[in-house]
Design a protein around this ligand. Sequence first.
Ligand code: ADP
Ligand code: TRP
Length: 320
Amino acid sequence: MRILTGIQPSGTPHLGNYFGAMKQVCALQEKGESFLFIADYHALTTNSDPKQLRERVVNLALDFIACGVDLEKTVFFRQSAVPEVCELQWILNTVTPVGLLERAHSYKDKIAKGFAPNNGLFSYPVLMAADILLYGANLVPVGKDQKQHLEITRDVAIKFNNQYGEILTIPEGFIPDEVAIVPGTDGQKMSKSYGNTIAIFGAEKEIKKTVMNIVTDCKGLEEPKDPDSCNVFAIYKLFATPEEIRTMRENYLGGNYGYGHAKKALFEKIWTHFEPMRKRRAELAADLGYVESVLAKNGERARAEAEKMLKRVREAVGLR
Ligand code: ADP
Ligand code: TRP
């Protein structure tokens, strides 16, 4: 089974990205042959600063390797290392109904947010379909927000196969329900766009400050508190053992346990959880040549795979 996913280089990773995406990707490495790429072509649709794009791509590579992407098991590469994906996108464009793209929520959302409606944004899902179909992926782990893009991928692949023969593998999405939405410091979904994130690789002082600022109700120290409506407790649960969760629950219910205490305990958990990853990331950051060489080598592997599929597609449509 071939598992494939792409991630946009969209900035500093936070706890939501870690639990909702990074950890999932690392767990799936055990289940089959994994392809993971940094979607830098896609990033061009919303990022027009070349320096920023370059930095974000490298940072994302460091983040994922530090968090446990296994370079023996996973082909980890830059999307743009395989320009063949753009040729496949073009071919897929010719079987993609415009109406399918007009219905895409993410396109409508971006336009509503004020992005100029360029053709890159519009045909974003076709490039994503090409990403998936080029490598014959069977399983595509993504967040809920990408569900519609996967449906478009399947529709486009079916249309292509109906027209030209059974060439493309129809992929399945893998959208785990059990990945709870990590709440941010204000209780809404943690997201860069809400400014309520806790960065996983932030400096000690910064993380502490953010944790101490998590919004709670204003119950006094001695009053009993409700763990189930508390953001601090909700985030603590992601890190703690069942035993520790029970103890924290009792502390809340028993009174004489302040939010300050809970926040301190949470900070300690976050800081120690990411300690080994922080160290690994610092080592990698001091050896960017190694990171570049890994990405380049993996890019070549991915490209060799892609060329095989593209050859079949070209033949099927009559380009050779
Ligand atoms: P952001 O909302 O901060 O811009 P992205 O949209 O870039 O985050 O999300 C990247 C990945 O992280 C996606 O797979 C998404 O499902 C996951 N993710 C983001 N925020 C959360 C969250 N609060 N809880 C769980 N998963 C999340
Ligand atoms: N669109 C995805 C996102 O924003 C990233 C992505 C690009 C992707 N190509 C992909 C995900 C192919 C899975 C498969 O999260």
